[in-house]
Design a protein around this ligand. Structure first.
Ligand SMILES: Cc1cc2nc3c(=O)[nH]c(=O)nc-3n(C[C@H](O)[C@H](O)[C@H](O)COP(=O)(O)OP(=O)(O)OC[C@H]3O[C@@H](n4cnc5c(N)ncnc54)[C@H](O)[C@@H]3O)c2cc1C
Length: 292
């Protein structure tokens, strides 16, 4: 099974912002826009010096820092197809750094290192039906992939998105979801664990959506991004649909420090999640005792 794995591609080539090529030295970038997405998440538009293109793949992350506060990995939310002089990050207020980030406004500066890690292999996905199942904040990196596919629609087969959130207030990108619903080239189903009185959609955990879709297991790639408890069950559903472990991709959110495979914080057996991941096939994950 491992013989059919996609070779690990890493993208830790040092960037050369501000004349430096150190992978540890952040580039000073500027926030050009910031808006509240939900009570917990804000979206920030970020510009590198000179408007340099980030040149990332969907699924890759950047290390975001504020001197004296901290540094954390954040997935790139915008797709390569929509990344020019700026890129977007969707950030949940979770602790020290993200708490301070949420107070920043356009014109403020942050440190950026990256993009780092192995994202989703678009070349492998091309020509295939794509089943994306994000949960919660997993919709931010999923959005990068989905927008990339929508912007290059003729290069992919069917696009099915199954999105689960805990409650209606936590659903991300509502306007975008509405727009996707209006298209005939994307099948979107959204469910919430805990509905409120306004909710008229599906109710229950994300796995409840799977019986509602038919897929061709011979030509489909399954992708899941979300909390570990969710992807374990989503993988069972994907296997039940006939996908084999090499056709299932997921993104691990291991705690990371350096982002470039040096410090070992995110080590999974002999692999580094920051460098060999965060996107892995289920076949790869099965080979590591600690991964799941
Ligand atoms: C590849 C990757 C991509 C990510 N993408 C995103 C993204 O797009 N958007 C986003 O909002 N977040 C994302 N995250 C998560 C984000 O990096 C974390 O939430 C980060 O810790 C926030 O930093 P902080 O300083 O604000 O929070 P912290 O102060 O680090 O605290 C965050 C939470 O973790 C707990 N915690 C702190 N230290 C530890 C520890 N040692 N062990 C266990 N728990 C601890 C805290 O109590 C708190 O609940 C991503 C993580 C990874 C690995």
């Amino acid at each position: 099974m491992l013989g059919t794995m996609t070779p690990l591609e890493t993208t830790t080539t040092p960037r050369k912002y501000n004349g430096t090529s150190s992978i540890y030295l952040p580039t000073v970038a500027t926030i050009t826009n910031a808006y509240t997405e939900t009570a917990m998440e804000k979206v920030f538009t970020v510009r590198l010096p000179g408007g340099e293109n980030l040149n990332h793949n969907p699924g890759q992350f950047v290390m975001v820092s504020i001197p004296g506060v901290g540094e954390a990995p954040i997935s790139v939310m915008s797709s390569p197809s929509r990344t020019g002089e700026t890129f977007d990050l969707c950030i949940r207020k979770a602790g020290d750094l993200t708490g301070v980030l949420h107070d920043l406004v356009p014109g403020d500066q942050i440190g950026i290192r990256g993009p780092f890690g192995r994202g989703f292999p678009l070349e492998v996905f091309k020509g295939k039906d794509i089943l994306v199942a994000p949960g919660g904040l997993g919709m931010a990196p999923a959005r990068s992939l989905i927008d990339e596919i929508l912007d290059n629609r003729d290069q992919y087969g069917r696009l099915i998105v199954l999105y689960g959130a805990r409650n209606p207030a936590e659903i991300l990108f509502r306007d975008t979801l509405r727009e996707w619903r209006g298209r005939d080239d994307i099948d979107l189903l959204v469910t919430v664990d805990h509905p409120d009185e306004s909710w008229v959609g599906h109710i229950g955990v994300i796995t409840r959506l799977f019986p509602r879709v038919q897929i061709n297991p011979f030509n489909t790639v399954g992708i899941t991004i979300g909390p570990p408890i969710m992807y374990r069950f989503v993988i069972i559903e994907m296997l039940g649909k006939g996908l084999n472990p090499t056709q299932i991709w997921m993104s691990f959110e291991r705690r990371m420090k350096c982002g470039v495979g040096k410090c070992g914080h995110c080590q999974v057996n002999h692999r580094y999640s920051c460098q060999d991941g965060p996107a892995w096939t289920y076949a790869e994950a099965l080979a590591f005792e600690e991964a799941l």
